[in-house]
Design a binder for this molecule. Structure first.
Ligand SMILES: *Cc1c(COP(=O)(O)O)cnc(C)c1O
Length: 240
């Protein structure tokens, strides 16, 4: 268990160094700890360490562990150092028929990539009287099996999404391909940042459009260098 604390500390050090290299403030970069496939004990450890942004990529698991964590926080509310609540991030592909289960739990959905999904979120949110924050997932890797809207179609989709009253489009998300070629990875992040800047410049989006979710265990340093505001990290913290 001590290992998790050490590993997360190492991740934070690496983020700090990357920020320093490019003249960014570390407070600009949030860490979402991806808890998929780890035990509830490991998740509790993370929460005890004060990390409150947790991510899951599957709805069933999200529902299960978010309930377990909520119960844990309720039971131990005598421990004053513990956070009152955690923020759950839905980072994986979301099916429309699961939207209504996810909305009451999550603080940010990273994976909106079609108008149909955005419309479903909007309709469900209206019924639940919610106004969820979402990111537009962009496919920058050009791998056909990957989710995400193609770069060339992203601005148009964003224009349509911002007309939906019951959700808030707050940024972009992307996944680089799994490759050791750092230039390829960097190019994906650069493309996403450029798109982000362009969409803000053309005033397609609102002033709330501030988040760039990019960077996982294998590539988060590059993501920080290229402007990521949210990192989604699992195995660098839990594996091994
Ligand atoms: C699993 C997952 C991550 C974290 O991956 P690691 O390589 O374990 O850090 C980030 N984003 C998404 C969408 C994921 O599914």
């Amino acid at each position: 268990m001590a290992k998790i604390a050490e590993r997360i500390e190492r991740v934070r050090d690496t983020v700090s160094s990357a920020c320093e290299r490019v003249g960014r403030d570390t407070t600009e970069v949030k860490l979402v700890v991806v808890t998929k496939s780890v035990t509830i004990e490991a998740i509790k450890k993370i929460v005890r360490l004060g990390f409150v942004n947790l991510g899951e990529n599957r709805v069933q698991q999200l529902r299960k562990v978010s309930a377990q964590v909520a119960e844990f926080l309720q039971k131990v509310d005598d421990e004053s150092s513990l956070p009152k609540k955690v923020n759950w991030h839905m980072i994986g592909h979301l099916q429309r028929n699961k939207v209504r289960h996810v909305l009451p739990i999550v603080s940010l959905i990273h994976s909106v990539d079609t108008l149909r999904l955005a419309e479903e979120i909007n309709a469900s949110a209206a019924k639940l009287n919610l106004s969820p924050k979402v990111l537009l997932q962009v496919n920058t890797s050009n791998e056909p099996q990957k989710y995400g809207v193609p770069v060339g179609a992203a601005a148009h989709l964003a224009e349509q999404i911002v007309t939906l009253p019951n959700l808030k489009l707050v940024g972009l998300m992307t996944m680089a391909p799994l490759t050791h070629n750092k230039d390829v990875v960097r190019a994906c992040f650069v493309r996403t940042r450029e798109l982000f800047v362009e969409m803000k410049g053309e005033k397609i989006v609102s002033p709330e459009f501030t988040e760039l979710s990019m960077g996982m265990s294998s590539d988060y340093e590059i993501a920080v260098e290229e402007g990521a505001t949210i990192l989604r990290i699992g195995s660098a913290i839990f594996a091994g």
